[in-house]
Structures are given as C-alpha cells and as structure tokens.
Design a protein around this ligand. Structure first.
Ligand code: SF4
Ligand code: SF4
Length: 458
C-alpha cells in the first residue's frame, strides 16, 4: 500500500523488480537457420524501393524502427491501421513522404520474420545496438503479469528469450518488453481504447488486472525525446488518426515543426477536440426534435442510446476508412468507445442516456414550431420566382401538386418582404424574374412584334 507522500512504484517498475535484469541474448549460432533471417523483410527487402531519397534526408532521421506490441487485444487496431489511407501505412513504410523518415515496422502480423529472427531487433534495441531510434506502439491493454507470474503463467506473450533461471528459455510478455524498452524509446504510443484507457479488458470484474499503458508506465514517464505517452483511442480506432499522428510526431522529431498539440490526456487535440454530435450527419434532426424509434430510421439516434453529444471522437467528420462509413453514417448509435469511461460508464448500451432527456424535451418543443416554419419556407424556395408570377409550375412531375393557396402566397410574400428589408436597392429596381412574360392575352400583338424584331436582327 502506498503511503501518502512516498513515491509509489509504477506497475512497470514492479514487474521489472520481480523479473530482474537480463544480460543473456541468443547468438547467431543458436538462432541458426530458423525462419527468415532477421531484418530480411521490412529492412532489406523493401530497402531498394524504400531507400531514402533526398526527401527523407532533409531531417536528421533517415529511418526509425517501430516496435508494435499486442496486450489484451482483439487485433482490431492492427486491422484499422493497415487500412489507413491518409497517410497509408504502405507510404510510411516506403518513406514516400517528403521529410519523413522511413519506418521499419516490427509487427507480428505484418512481418514475415519469425521466432528468434523476429526478436533480434528487439534485443538490439535493448542493448542499444539498433542502427536508428525506435518508437513503441501498444494495442490492447496491459494485464498484470505479476499476478500471472504467481501461478507461473503469463497473459500476453511476445516471444521467448533465455532469461529464465540459469539461462533457461522463458516466455517474455509484451509488458516486459515495454517496461524494458520504454525509457529509451523516441515516442511511446497507445493505440485503441484498451491500450489508452484499459478498455473492455479493464471493465467491471477485470480478473487480469488490466490497465492502460499510461497506468503501467506512470505519470512521470517521458520518452527519450521528452514525450509522455501519446493516446489514440477508439474501439477500433480510426486508422488515419494513428498514421496522421505518427506522421505529425515524425515531422516534429525531424525538426520541421513544433510538437503537435495534445490534450491533457495525451490525445491529439486536433482529432479529439470536438464531440461526435457536432459533426454528425443526423445533428439537424436533433435540433428539430425528431428522433429515431428503431435502428434503420434516418433521424437522430439519441433516444435509442446515442451518447454522441458528450463523446470526443472525430468519426463523423473523418469516417471509418477512406472518409467512408462511421457509426452514425452507417446507422449505429455512439456507445462512447473512445472515452476513458468506456465501457462501464456507458452501459447498458442502446438505452436513452439520462442526461439527454432535458435537451431532447427542449428540442421537441422548439422543433414543433421550427419544423413547420422551415417546411413552409422550404416550399417557397422550391419554386422559381417566374412560377410565382405565373401561378404555375411547368414540371410534369408536379401535375398533382396544387399551387400555393392564398394564405401560403401571403405568407411567402411577407417572408420575401422581410428578406429584402435590408436590401438597399429595394423599390428602385424590379428584381430578376419579376417581369411578367409577354403573352398575347396581356399584350395583344406581342408575338408578331417579337417576330419582326428577330427578322430585323437576321
Ligand atoms: S445520432 Fe447521436 S451524435 Fe448524431 S445527432 Fe443524434 S445524438 Fe447527436
Ligand atoms: S461515434 Fe462513438 S461508438 Fe462510434 S467510434 Fe466514435 S466514440 Fe466510438
């Protein structure tokens, strides 16, 4: 138990205390010919095409390694990031962006190296022998490996090393790698709600002791370049949110710009500063007080469980992938998946959030006045001025539609008067379209006059 005023150890420090230091690493002979040689894929195979051109030599970094770890995860973050478009993962791996270093990704689902060969760059990073700086990315939450060790097990393994008693091979958890590598990482990034806040594995019950990366490394954690943990939440997160943030941080590390703005929870402020509601495609339904009763209805989803008005997330403006889809666009209500309180503070899902009742009641009352007025004006704006003059609509589609009655005509005229009340030229010139068309009825001989005029011009 921590005593007030004393400096409590972080979970990462406690884990390393239990595991102790490591100094034995497998030799090339011990690794042998197992699988593809280390560095073969990302580093060597992509090398000729990704060879840093002049564009990536503008800054001090020609390349940067990224170690991707998975804790208590569903791999949804990996799926999101591999589908990112702006910028795409491929373009980052190929160093295709002017000024950005090429990324050498070490990811168990993407690389083709395996076993000890896959782990070799991790070991080099640990020994300080890597040929470039490195960053750490975590998807999934950090389960309490100290708890697992009590029964000789582990929660999330990430390879094996000869770090057991007397050099025995033992499983190394993702947490252990992070605890050992974090202090010398250029940046440490948590992706997805599990890694950023704990998420579903850390929800009520939580038998694994799951926590976020921030909780694991502690408040005082700073990367080698002075950054606290960067958090990009979402379940699953928007892939572009991750790649864009990585690109922004890399521009900073290259010296091309200031550190991008992060909020007090380490979220990219430009991505998470707004609520879902403010950019929602259904926002106007909320304002007019009309609400969906069931999924599939086009109106605002708040009464069937949408938390959008109080949730920080940019999916309504960014879309899920390639600016397409996203919860409300696809018919889903917001369940707050980007938020630190998710999921416990948002359950039960798909029930009216209690806080929304006051505002929906107010919108309903206001909407009952505003909607008919808007519809009234909308009908007027759907008519050419010429049709008003003639009292007729030439569209064959409108055969069955009656012309506006006396009340509507007076109302529309009154509206037009209001609209033109600030027009300084009012009364002096007839606005375009106000002329009556010449007709034989209104001006006998007009047709013949027009024909003579046309002949003269010929
Ligand atoms: S669906 Fe949700 S986010 Fe969209 S307008 Fe309604 S409450 Fe707001
Ligand atoms: S709109 Fe809500 S549920 Fe959808 S991604 Fe954003 S926070 Fe998650």
């Amino acid at each position: 138990m921590s005593v007030k005023g004393s400096v409590a150890k972080t979970p990462a420090q406690r884990l390393l205390e239990v595991l102790g230091p490591v100094d034995k690493f497998p030799t090339d002979e011990e690794i042998g010919q197992f699988g593809m040689p280390s560095g073969e894929f990302m580093q060597d195979m992509l090398g000729p095409v990704a060879k840093a051109g002049i564009q990536t030599r503008l800054g001090p970094l020609e390349k940067i390694h990224v170690f991707w770890f998975a804790g208590m995860s569903c791999d949804g973050c990996t799926v999101s990031v591999t589908g990112a478009q702006a910028p795409s993962l491929e373009s980052l791996l190929l160093g295709a962006h002017p000024g950005l270093p090429r990324i050498i990704l070490h990811h168990a689902a993407v690389n083709v190296e395996s076993g000890p060969s896959y782990l070799r760059p991790h070991e080099q990073a640990l020994r300080g022998e890597l040929d470039a700086p490195y960053a750490i990315v975590l998807e999934g939450s950090i389960a309490d490996e100290v708890k697992a060790l009590e029964t000789g097990g582990y929660w999330a393994g990430h390879g094996e090393e000869p770090w057991g008693p007397d050099g025995q091979i033992r499983t190394v958890s993702a947490n252990e790698w992070i605890a050992r590598l974090a202090s010398r990482a250029a940046a440490t990034i948590a992706i997805g709600t599990c890694a950023t806040w704990g998420g579903i594995p850390a929800s009520h019950g939580n038998p694994t002791g799951s926590m976020s990366l921030m909780d694991f490394l502690g408040k005082d954690y700073r990367s080698e370049f002075g950054l606290p943990v960067v958090n990009i939440p979402g379940c699953a997160p928007i892939g572009d949110n991750f790649t864009e943030t990585v690109a922004s941080i890399l521009y900073f590390l290259q010296g091309f710009g200031p550190l991008p703005e992060f909020d007090e929870l380490g979220r990219p402020a430009w991505l998470f500063g707004e609520t879902v509601h403010r950019h929602c495609v259904r926002g106007a339904y909320y304002e007019e007080g009309t609400y969906a009763e069931t999924f599939g209805d086009p109106e605002c989803l708040v009464e069937i469980g949408c938390w959008g008005p109080v949730v920080n997330c940019n999916i309504t403006s960014r879309g899920a992938i390639n600016h397409q889809g996203g919860c409300m666009n696809a018919g889903g209500a917001c369940i707050g998946c980007t938020m630190p309180g998710f999921p416990d503070k948002f359950t039960p899902f798909y029930k009216t959030p209690p806080g929304s009742m006051l505002s929906t009641a107010a919108s309903r009352i206001l909407g009952s006045f505003v909607r008919p007025l808007r519809q009234f004006t909308n009908e007027d704006l759907n008519r050419e001025v010429r049709w008003d003059v003639h009292g007729d609509n030439p569209s064959g589609w409108a055969r069955e539609k009656l012309e506006p009655g006396l009340v509507a005509t007076i109302g529309h005229k009154f509206y037009t008067k209001m609209r033109r009340s600030t027009d300084r030229g009012k009364g002096e010139v007839e606005p375009w379209g106000k002329r009556k068309e010449w007709t034989e009825k209104e001006e006998p001989g007009a047709e013949a006059k027009l024909q003579r005029k046309v002949q003269r011009q010929d």
